[in-house]
Design a protein around this ligand. Structure first.
Ligand SMILES: [Zn+2]
Length: 319
């Protein structure tokens, strides 16, 4: 994994070329534009990365991950059977970030404590589903499949929260953002029918604003789906529901003030915005010891999110 310490602080791109971002490397590749392409034209053969002006992607996704022991890779291979798309190999991937942080919390039994901290509730018995994959069911989490069906989505192409955590009496959806934001709209507005009619008109009981207002005018289509499906799933289970939008501290500052007026919250269903830097501070307070903890602390300190429009290297987190 190439970190802040390994990468050039400034990337001197030209109209038609981009240098390899790794310090000391003199390789130059053609400049790619618009959508990122992992094409052989853009590889540095010395460092095995595809290069663009703002980011890079490893030819092997495992290089982007902190946890790749045989049990981790076996789980990832099972996850990839249901996961919709994967940009796990991209340096600024929120999927890789989610894995690197939450797989640690899972393996060190810190999930209950983290979720108790952010909700102020007593959370116990947490089990985590990465991208809808249930480890105990060895496939798509069945009640997520039920929810997709109930609200008119395709079973294999429906809403996919980055992380679902099921505890003894709480259901969490954690939607992770790194460099991307919460602004999404439906490509086909006709999908509203399924969302509005599913669950015997469940939409009305959990939203204050209509579909067009939330999904199109306020561009919160993705959060709309997670709030709708998540609250419904929790009601089926008889659990409380918490939708957590996990973002960078420097981004999405107004998300709660924008989303709160659109939804109906009460003590059994809540929306909150948390930050990656907050996870880091939680870890600092828990003081986990050992080699893996050191790797994760180093990752928070030295991970990057690529180059800005002035070609300056950006640190991942404000810590
Ligand atoms: Zn290189």
């Amino acid at each position: 994994m190439f970190t802040f310490l390994d990468l050039k602080p400034h990337l001197p791109i030209t109209e038609h070329t981009v240098p390899c971002p790794v310090r000391g490397c003199r390789r130059i590749v053609p400049r790619q534009r618009m959508r990122f392409r992992a094409h052989p034209d853009f590889i540095c053969p010395d460092h095995n990365i595809f290069i663009s002006p703002s980011t890079f992607e490893y030819t092997d996704f495992r290089q982007n991950l902190l946890w790749t022991d045989p049990s981790d890779l076996a789980l990832l291979n099972r996850i990839f059977t249901t996961k919709r798309e994967s940009r796990m190999a991209r340096n600024n991937s929120e999927d890789a970030l989610s894995w690197n942080v939450f797989r640690f919390l899972e393996k060190t039994d810190l999930l209950d404590s983290y979720l108790s901290t952010i909700t102020g509730r007593q959370v116990s018995g947490s089990r985590i589903c990465y991208w809808g994959y249930s480890q105990s069911d060895n496939g798509l989490y069945p009640i997520l499949a039920d929810a997709r069906r109930e609200f008119g989505e395709q079973i294999n192409r429906g809403s996919e929260p980055d992380l679902i955590v099921l505890s003894d009496s709480h259901l969490f959806f954690i939607e992770a953002k790194f460099t991307s934001g919460n602004r999404t709209t439906p490509s086909n507005p006709a999908v509203r029918t399924g969302y509005q009619s599913g669950g015997a008109g469940w939409y009305e009981s959990v939203f204050q604003a209509d579909f067009s207002n939330v999904a199109i005018r306020n561009k919160k289509y993705e959060l709309l789906r997670f709030w709708l499906l998540g609250t419904w799933m929790a009601s089926q289970l008889g659990f409380d529901f918490h939708l957590v939008n996990l973002v960078l501290e420097s981004r999405e500052k107004a998300i709660t003030s924008k989303f709160f007026p659109l939804i109906r919250q009460d003590t059994t269903r809540t929306f909150s915005c948390q930050t990656w830097e907050g996870v880091y501070r939680f870890l600092c307070s828990e003081k986990p010891a050992g080699e893996d903890a050191e790797k994760l602390f180093a990752y928070f300190s030295t991970h990057t999110r690529g180059y800005d429009h002035r070609q300056r290297l950006q640190r991942g987190f404000t810590i």
